[in-house]
Design a protein around this ligand. Structure first.
Ligand code: HMG
Ligand code: MG
Length: 282
């Protein structure tokens, strides 16, 4: 029961680069995005309208966005609060992504709000974004465990998913932010989500701290998930998740699916060159 095709959403220019200490010059970021676009990605997460003092790497979000609009590509930008959403709308972003942590402590450290406060702000952002006809991605972070709180229950995840669904999210990305999940919990949690929210498109977002990310992808695939976030060259991590390493590496994910005869529509050879270029940036 393997699907014929999956969608790989490249998040390297955002989730990958946001954690790098060297500021990658805007021109190099543009090169990376262009090469990824030419390798065949349907969607790329290109930038983040977070506070530039908090994540300086993303300070050029507006210029990156103008470039993406010139290329005519489909892309996502991260918007942590109303101010970010307004900046993203002004810049002409087609798809936005909000994010809330399933762990209270992580959410406080990441966006300085309680989960309750974040969900209230997200509702307002959803309304505003919908009025502008934007595609809305809702990220739930720390869906399996948290570096501050330990195990995260399914109920904690479900509560946020239910709110996103109620507010009208177009897709929901389930994050193993600190990369500590294993195939069993991944299979169980995605199966439960599919059962509780049968009409919702879920995306699996794995970090590879423990080396289990590829196994976790197959577990999610077996639970019926057909969309996966990954980062070119395995770049990344989250600045507010201590010890978390990069996202699962796009070129390996594509290779894995191709070997299984599951289509990705990504140009594999071009992707290897992009991965080498991405390595050279950090
Ligand atoms: P805050 O300090 O609570 O903001 O930050 P505030 O509303 O109190 O405002 C303070 C000042 O910041 C004000 O300026 C605002 O205008 C300004 P002042 O009036 O003092 O001059 N401000 C902004 N300026 C520019 N852009 C903005 C913005 N917001 C306020 N967007 C905030 C709240 C959320 C902005 C901050 O905590 C923040 O930027 N956090 C960054 C979080 C982040 O980037 N985390 C990493 C991404 S999440 C992730 O990686 C996980 C994911 O990959 C999924 C997974 O793996 O699970 C998505
Ligand atoms: Mg992430």
């Amino acid at each position: 029961h393997f699907p014929k095709q999956v969608e790989i959403i490249e998040v390297g220019p955002r989730d990958g680069l946001q954690n790098e200490s060297r500021f990658v010059p805007t021109e190099e970021k543009k090169q990376l995005i262009k090469q990824l676009y030419e390798a065949g990605f349907q969607r790329i997460e290109t930038a983040s309208f977070v506070h530039p003092k908090i994540v300086p790497q993303m300070a050029d979000a507006q210029e990156i966005t103008a470039f993406c609009n010139e290329l005519g590509m489909e892309y996502i930008a991260l918007t942590p609060n109303m101010k970010a959403l307004e900046r993203a709308i002004d810049a002409g972003v087609p798809q936005i992504a909000v994010f809330v942590g399933a762990s209270e402590t992580f959410n406080q450290k990441n966006i300085k709000r309680s989960i309750e406060e974040s969900l209230a702000e997200c509702s307002e952002m959803f309304r505003h974004a919908k009025a502008q006809k934007k595609f809305i991605r809702g990220y739930v972070s720390m869906c399996f465990s948290c570096p501050y709180e330990g195990a995260i229950s399914y109920e904690q995840v479900k509560r946020i998913v239910a709110k996103f669904v109620n507010d009208g999210a177009d897709e929901i990305s389930i994050g193993d932010t600190n990369g500590q999940a294993n195939p069993r919990i991944v299979y169980e949690r995605f199966s439960a989500l599919k059962k509780d929210f049968p009409d919702i498109t879920f995306v699996a977002h794995f970090h590879d701290t423990n080396g289990f990310a590829y196994a976790n992808i197959i577990a999610a695939l077996n639970a019926g998930i057909k969309k996966f976030d990954s980062s070119i060259a395995g770049l990344g991590g989250c600045p507010f998740s201590p010890g978390a390493t990069g996202n699962v590496a796009t070129e390996k994910v594509v290779e894995l699916f191709e070997a299984m005869e599951v289509k990705t529509n990504i140009h594999h050879q071009k992707l290897k060159d992009v991965a080498n270029f991405a390595y050279s940036l950090v």
